[in-house]
Write a protein that binds this ligand. Structure first.
Ligand SMILES: *[C@@H]1O[C@H](CO)[C@@H](O)[C@H](O)[C@H]1NC(C)=O
Ligand SMILES: *[C@@H]1O[C@H](CO)[C@@H](O)[C@H](O)[C@H]1NC(C)=O
Ligand SMILES: *[C@@H]1O[C@H](CO)[C@@H](O)[C@H](O)[C@H]1NC(C)=O
Ligand SMILES: *[C@@H]1O[C@H](CO)[C@@H](O)[C@H](O)[C@H]1NC(C)=O
Ligand SMILES: *[C@@H]1O[C@H](CO)[C@@H](O)[C@H](O)[C@H]1NC(C)=O
Ligand SMILES: *[C@@H]1O[C@H](CO)[C@@H](O)[C@H](O)[C@H]1NC(C)=O
Length: 370
């Protein structure tokens, strides 16, 4: 696609002349149309271009930054889509955007290059249809150079950050990514089973939907009521580590242990056709804690079986992460047994320690910051 950076020259002087008393000179703004290659898209975007799946978004590196406007198109969730914003890897904050022009508040802006990260927080109402980005006059856009580490997480509500006010941005997968100064993509669908069955409003399971551009929300969407294959050559950047935590909704739909195990084996085999060499981390469930201190587990032994069978078939690069005991009653919301903000932080901390013991080290610097 052609780069279209709108410069003073390309807009022409007419705009300046027509605006007799401009509050500012729009002609001097730096505009990036959606197809500008300096926009570092990540996650799953359709051709509009529009986001699906929590965590999809884009990064920008901007020197001399003071203002940022997002112009969003008609496929943006109405009335709003919650965006998670972070400048220079500072704490994420929320901005609720809508179709049309959105002036984005910026915090933690520095002199010199700034890394602006914007993603969708929600697993539903998560569609951003990006038309253009307008920056202040004098802004200089630089390429975003991603981290050499890139996690791909696959899961359900327990990975999507369901019930958290900032959604996936407060959930353990992206906390872990941030800790390792890594890229992080989360394909996690609350309510979905791994098996391709109907579950809790999802018309497909993750073993099907992971290979699609859209999350299962496509089905309740009037302007995009269809699903298309994901072109994995568009994975950006290519994942270096895969993490899977799934099974809760198979269990709640009474998928048998034998069928679940077989579905998991088939899923890994298909993943391996795309991600040939990457380590895969298979979480056992941390279970559903109850007020009396007990924890209800599901598919005990199945995850070990999957890993053992892969090893037996010659795939040594797959690892069981035993999360037994990681989550207890005080870590979850009493009403739905999903981890709280602090619960997600605890899980992230335990997984970070696990990965360090395994041999992973945090990157030495933040991507694209000097
Ligand atoms: C964003 O919108 C949601 C409602 O969907 C609201 O609960 C939240 O407070 C809003 N956040 C901000 C920062 O405006
Ligand atoms: C930074 O932007 C301001 C306008 O916002 C402009 O006057 C200045 O020349 C720019 N500085 C650089 C180094 O580009
Ligand atoms: C989407 O299409 C399916 C048929 O493929 C239909 O059953 C469903 O009601 C449609 N949803 C919307 C929101 O139009
Ligand atoms: C996938 O994307 C690549 C890179 O843009 C492109 O070359 C290829 O044709 C695409 N494949 C399909 C099936 O669309
Ligand atoms: C699963 O089995 C339990 C116990 O037999 C039953 O109560 C429940 O309705 C079943 N759920 C589904 C989705 O079939
Ligand atoms: C996971 O850890 C628990 C507690 O330490 C232990 O009882 C269980 O056997 C372990 N499971 C596997 C599959 O290693």
């Amino acid at each position: 696609m052609l780069a279209r950076v709108c410069s003073l020259a390309s807009l022409g002087l007419a705009a300046l002349v027509l605006n007799a008393v401009p509050a500012f000179s729009a002609a001097n703004d730096v505009t990036l149309f959606y197809d500008n290659p300096l926009i570092f898209y990540h996650g799953r975007w359709d051709a509009s271009p529009g986001t699906w799946w929590a965590s999809s978004g884009f990064n920008l590196v901007v020197d001399n930054l003071s203002s940022l406007i997002l112009n969003l198109g008609p496929h943006t969730t109405s009335p709003l889509v919650s965006l998670g914003l972070s400048v220079n890897y500072d704490t994420v904050y929320t901005f609720n955007a809508s179709a049309g022009s959105n002036a984005i508040p910026l915090s933690n802006v520095q002199t010199g290059p700034n890394v602006v990260r914007i993603n969708v927080e929600g697993w539903q109402n998560n569609r951003v249809n990006l038309e253009s980005i307008v920056l202040n006059p004098g802004a200089v856009v630089l390429p975003y150079i991603p981290s050499p580490l890139a996690f791909q997480f696959i899961g359900d509500s327990l990975s999507a950050g369901q019930y958290l006010s900032e959604g996936v941005d407060q959930a353990w997968p992206l906390l872990t990514s941030q800790y390792f100064k890594a890229e992080g993509t989360v394909n996690a669908q609350p309510g979905a089973a791994l098996a391709d069955i109907y579950a809790w409003g999802n018309v497909h399971g993750v073993s099907y939907q992971f290979f699609r551009t859209e999350d299962t929300g496509f089905y309740s969407t009037t302007d995009h009521n269809y699903t298309t294959p994901w072109n994995f050559t568009l994975d950006h950047p290519k994942p270096t580590h895969l993490v899977i935590h799934i099974g809760a909704n198979d269990a709640s739909q009474n998928v048998s242990q034998a069928l679940f195990t077989q579905t998991y084996m088939d899923f890994i085999a298909r993943l391996r056709t795309i991600y040939v060499y990457q380590p895969i981390f298979v979480f056992t469930p941390w279970g559903w804690p109850a007020a009396d201190g007990s924890i209800s587990y599901y598919y005990t032994g199945a995850y070990q079986t999957v890993v053992d069978q892969r090893h037996a078939s010659g795939d040594e690069n797959i690892f069981l992460v035993n999360t037994t005991g990681w989550v207890s009653w005080e870590d979850v919301f009493p009403t739905n047994q999903h981890p709280t903000v602090e619960g997600h932080q605890k899980i992230a901390g335990l997984f970070e320690t696990w990965l360090e013991t395994w041999g992973l080290q945090a990157g030495p610097f933040w991507p694209s910051l000097p």
